[in-house]
Design a protein around this ligand. Structure first.
Ligand code: MG
Length: 327
């Protein structure tokens, strides 16, 4: 247990899973023991709609994370709870996706149905490996008949061992071709998911930190809900991606792995054109980026220098990304 460190500045933490806690079946280095040592309540929020909170909880416990199913929030759960606020208990909802969608609807007091034999008042569309064109057609028919359309998430792709495959965003786009309305999207980076994570803990978003490995979902989600965002460098995006990111995708904090949550995070100090973080500093010159120091603080100082240059109009984002890659 620790009282200090980066996490200690916050009252609650929302943690992404893939690329942060695990990659496929294996744990990311240092993640389980760090999460178990945190002295801050954690919600594990995943856009993955196909697995149930219990499946995710079992996975986490198998990897050594000391947690309960209640600490897991899937985009299916969030979608079902959003609907349950507005619909009478027992309302029929067309469930498209894996087992996680139907179970989440039942848990929220709604009744999952799988065809339009019965008029659905809403459609929840989440990813499932067994979703067919016939399922998408049922969704389109129900939506055109007036059902409210909720998508668990709009990730364009899902990672597989053979590379990216069409994700829920692609399947939502397919349905969108056949209807005249847009889906309400629940998962990151859209606000409902992180807002619900804050509600689960009973903590204001402004007092929470969201941790993830993707800028356009995890970090953008934090920015739009008013949470602080920490990019962890164990998954998809690296320092060069952060350097090139537009303002609304920039993390407040960057950590090498989750242990960074338990460590002190040095404040930014500016002295002339030098940007300092702890023992590292960086500045931009006509010849490129000059960096002193070689730990994660050098990355933080470099980003301070590059973002300032981009914001001042001296650099384009893609140039900032290239400077960090070559620097
Ligand atoms: Mg991730």
């Amino acid at each position: 247990m620790t009282a200090g460190g980066l996490a200690g500045r916050f009252a609650g933490l929302v943690c992404d899973l893939d690329g942060v806690v695990y990659a496929g079946d294996r744990a990311i280095a240092h993640a389980p023991e760090t999460l178990s040592a945190l002295n801050v309540p954690v919600v594990f929020a995943t856009n993955n709609a196909s697995r149930t909170p219990h499946d995710v909880g079992e996975h986490l416990r198998r990897l050594g994370v000391d947690t309960t199913d209640d600490a897991v929030l899937t985009s299916s759960q969030a979608a079902a709870r959003v609907l349950a606020r507005d619909l009478p208990s027992g309302s029929p909802v067309l469930a498209i996706g894996g087992p996680g969608v139907g179970e989440a609807l039942r848990a929220a007091g709604l009744r999952p149905v799988d065809s339009d034999g019965e008029l659905a008042v809403a459609v929840v569309q989440g990813f499932g490996h067994a979703v067919t064109a016939a399922d998408l057609a049922e969704a389109a028919h129900a939506i055109r008949a007036g059902a409210r359309w909720v998508a668990t998430n709009d990730d364009a792709t899902v990672p597989t061992e053979r590379g990216p495959a069409p994700g829920n965003g692609s399947l939502v786009a397919a349905v969108r071709m056949a209807v005249d309305v847009d889906a309400e999207v629940i998962g990151k980076p859209h606000p409902p998911m992180y807002q619900m994570a804050a509600e689960v803990l009973g903590i204001a978003p402004s007092r929470m930190i969201a941790v993830g490995d993707r800028l356009e979902t995890d970090i953008r989600g934090a920015v739009v809900t008013g949470m602080s965002g920490a990019l962890v460098l164990t998954g998809v995006h690296g320092p060069a991606d952060a350097a090139a990111a537009p303002r609304e995708l920039r993390p407040d904090f960057i950590v090498t792995d989750l242990r960074g949550l338990l460590e002190e995070y040095p404040a930014a100090v500016r002295d002339g054109d030098w940007y300092t973080r702890g023992t590292a500093r960086a500045r931009l010159t006509a010849d490129g980026l000059v960096v002193e120091g070689d730990d994660i603080n050098a990355v933080r100082a470099s980003l301070d220098a590059l973002w300032a240059a981009v914001d001042a109009g001296h650099l384009r984002g893609d140039e900032a990304g290239e400077l960090l890659t070559s620097g």
